[in-house]
Write a protein that binds this ligand. Structure first.
Ligand SMILES: Cc1cc2nc3c(=O)[nH]c(=O)nc-3n(C[C@H](O)[C@H](O)[C@H](O)COP(=O)(O)OP(=O)(O)OC[C@H]3O[C@@H](n4cnc5c(N)ncnc54)[C@H](O)[C@@H]3O)c2cc1C
Length: 337
C-alpha cells in the first residue's frame, strides 16, 4: 500500500506531525525502531507550556525558576508568571506516539536505511522492507540518516547521568564559555549533565548530541520536509528543542496537507517556520557569552540588577517577543563597559 505521508522518527517532531496528518484523514505511517533510550534533561519550557496542554502522565515536577552560575558567582531567577515542568522524557514520547496512533496513524517498528525522492513518490527502504509514500517528513533527530539527507553537522556533545539525591525546584545552569553543565530536578532524583562544543566531556554517563548550528540550509525538497532536530531547530543558547520539534512537525503536517490539496507549495514550509522561529536574539547572546569576563558580568548582573534579571527571564522563557537582537547586544555590551 502507498501512504500519503511517511513520517520518519517518533520523537515529538514525528509524532505530532503524524497525529495532525492522520486527524486530517491522510494515510500516514510513522516509522521508528522504538528502541532508542533518549538522553534529555526533560525540561518542558515556558514557551511549550504556554502553547500546549501538558499531561500528568509524564510531568515530574513544577519548577520555580532557574539558577545560573559561573565559577563562584551565582544568581537565581524566580519565574514571575512563566510555568515550566521537568518531565519523564520516555513517558512523554510514549504518550505522544499513542496519541498519533489513536488518531489513526500506523506505526512501523523498523529503521529507515535510505530515502529516495522520485517523480512519482518517495521510496523508503527500511532494514526489513520497502515503503512508498507521496510525501515524507524526516523527523529522525540527530541521526546518520538525517546527516545523509542534509541534516545538522554541528553539535554540542553532551553527557548526562542520574543521581539519586533530593531534588530542588530550580533548573540549574553552570555556564562555561563553550557550553554549560546542568542539574534537572525530577520527582525523586536529579539528572546532571555537561555539554561541550569540542568533544564529549570525559565524565561517566549517557552520551547524546544537540544540533547547534541553527536551522539547516534546506528544510524542504520536492517531496520531503525536515522537522525537529533533523532540521536543526534548537534554540542556540540553552538547547531547547522539544518545543521546536513539536511545532515544526505540526507546521510540516499543515504544509503537506496544503500541498496535497493544491493550496500551497513545499517552499511554504520554510516561510512558515521562519515566521515563527526567531533564533537571532539567543544566537547573539550565545556568541557574546563565549568570553569568560562577559559570562561573569552576565551572572553578576542577573544577581544584582533586577531589571537585567527580568530581561534574562523574558529571554529564557520567550515571554517577550519584542526584544530585538540590537537591544540584547546593547544591554550585554553595557554591562561589560
Ligand atoms: C542531553 C540533552 C538534553 C536535552 N534537554 C532538553 C530539555 O531539557 N528541553 C528541551 O526542550 N530540549 C532538550 N534537548 C533537546 C531535545 O531532546 C531535542 O531537541 C528533541 O528531542 C528533538 O525532537 P525530534 O523529534 O526532532 O527528535 P528525537 O526526539 O531525537 O526523535 C527522533 C526519533 O527518530 C528515530 N530515528 C532515528 N533514526 C531513525 C531511522 N534511521 N529510522 C527511523 N527512525 C529513526 C529515533 O529512534 C527517535 O525516536 C536535549 C537534548 C540533549 C541531547
Amino acid at each position: 500500500m502507498k501512504y500519503d505521508v511517511a513520517v520518519i522518527g517518533a520523537g515529538p517532531a514525528g509524532s505530532f506531525a503524524a497525529k495532525r496528518l492522520a486527524l486530517m484523514g491522510y494515510r500516514t505511517v510513522l516509522i521508528d525502531p522504538c528502541d532508542n533510550k533518549k538522553v534529555c534533561a526533560g525540561i518542558l519550557t515556558a514557551q511549550y507550556v504556554r502553547e500546549y496542554e501538558v499531561n500528568d502522565d509524564y510531568i515530574e515536577r513544577k519548577l520555580k525558576g532557574v539558577r545560573i552560575s559561573f565559577k563562584d558567582v551565582s544568581a537565581k531567577i524566580n519565574y514571575r508568571q512563566a510555568v515550566e515542568y521537568s518531565i519523564d522524557r520516555q513517558a512523554y514520547d510514549n504518550f505522544n506516539l499513542n496519541e498519533a496512533l489513536a488518531a489513526n496513524s500506523k506505526l512501523k517498528q523498523d529503521a529507515v536505511v535510505s530515502v529516495l525522492e522520485t517523480d512519482q513518490c518517495v521510496e523508503i527502504k527500511t532494514k526489513y522492507d520497502v515503503l512508498f509514500s507521496d510525501y515524507a517528513v524526516l523527523a529522525s533527530g540527530v541521526s546518520d540518516l538525517a546527516s545523509h539527507l542534509g541534516g545538522p553537522k554541528e553539535y554540542a556533545y553532551c553527557v548526562q547521568q542520574r543521581i539519586d539525591t533530593t531534588p530542588g525546584d530550580y533548573f540549574e545552569m553552570d555556564l562555561k564559555k563553550d557550553g554549560y553543565s546542568w542539574i534537572a530536578p525530577r520527582k525523586d532524583h536529579i539528572l546532571t549533565g555537561t555539554s561541550s562544543l569540542i568533544d564529549y566531556p570525559d565524565i561517566p554517563g549517557d552520551k547524546a548530541l544537540i544540533p547547534v548550528g541553527g536551522p539547516v540550509q534546506r528544510t524542504f525538497f520536492n517531496r520531503l520536509l525536515l522537522a525537529g532536530d533533523a532540521g536543526g531547530f534548537v534554540s542556540p543558547f540553552e538547547g531547547e528543542g522539544i518545543y521546536y520539534a513539536r511545532r515544526s512537525g505540526e507546521i510540516a503536517a499543515e504544509v503537506l496537507a496544503g500541498v496535497m490539496s493544491g493550496k500551497n507549495g513545499m517552499e511554504d514550509y520554510e516561510k512558515r517556520w521562519k515566521k515563527e522561529f526567531d533564533f537571532s536574539a539567543l544566537d547573539m547572546v550565545s556568541d557574546l557569552l563565549a568570553d569568560e569576563y562577559v559570562l561573569e558580568m552576565f551572572v553578576q548582573e542577573i544577581r544584582d540588577n533586577e531589571k537585567f534579571s527580568i530581561f534574562v527571564e523574558n529571554l529564557l522563557t520567550k515571554e517577550s517577543k519584542d526584544l530585538s537582537p540590537w537591544d540584547i547586544s546593547y544591554l550585554l555590551k553595557k554591562i561589560v563597559d
